[in-house]
Design a protein around this ligand. Sequence first.
Ligand SMILES: C[S@@+](CC[C@H](N)C(=O)[O-])C[C@H]1O[C@@H](n2cnc3c(N)ncnc32)[C@H](O)[C@@H]1O
Length: 230
Amino acid sequence: MGKVFNAVYDQFMSQRPYTKYARCYLQACEAKTTDRILEAGCGSGLFLMALNRLGYNPEGLDFDEAMLELAQKRVENKLYHGDIREFCSEEKWDVIFLPLDVLNYFSRSGMKKAFKNLARNLNPHGVIVFDVHTKAHLKKVHGAQSRERLSDAQYIWRSRGRGEYIHYYITCSKQGYHESYKLEQRVHSPREILRAAAYAGFRKKQRCRAWDLGRIDRRTTRQLFVLQKV
Ligand SMILES: C[S@@+](CC[C@H](N)C(=O)[O-])C[C@H]1O[C@@H](n2cnc3c(N)ncnc32)[C@H](O)[C@@H]1O
């Protein structure tokens, strides 16, 4: 992503209730403070910071260097630069989190690769936890648009649903710098997710609504999965 986009994204996302998101993830997988936790797709470190506040000591991974630079300014946690589909380390983790729709950034084959590689980076019986958009979200954002302003930053986007994909057309500006950006996300069905998970050697532990761990219904726009390595 571009530098302006990253800075604007970070500024807007800083307003979000990350402690609530982190609590939901921790509760869903019953993580202990002694667990080794990796956040894959850690972005600017907002989720890492929330986990720190709750007494955990996670590490972060992202393939966007500009995002990692922002994260470095925010937290002292260990950060890795790499692609979730390929990253390999001698370290192994008990829990890997992919919060705020990281998996929607992958195509169907990309998601399979990501699961397979995440399994490689986990300790035996380790878990991955992620939240993703649902079909209800896709319907909701089709043809939507928004213009938001926050001090010196402006964020304008419109979106379109096409098949399983959401295309976001974004224009952002900060301190007189402008950037246009197109972001594509894929909405994977629960069936596709669980098939890819089984292929990579995971079994489903939990599937529920984000952020209250409630039951999923037709109106649920964001769902959370806990998968365990078998
Ligand atoms: C929506 S942001 C979420 C950031 C962070 N998890 C949070 O909660 O604030 C998605 C992040 O995933 C990262 N990402 C997407 N695909 C990736 C990949 N293949 N490997 C590593 N990072 C990836 C992006 O660079 C971006 O920082």
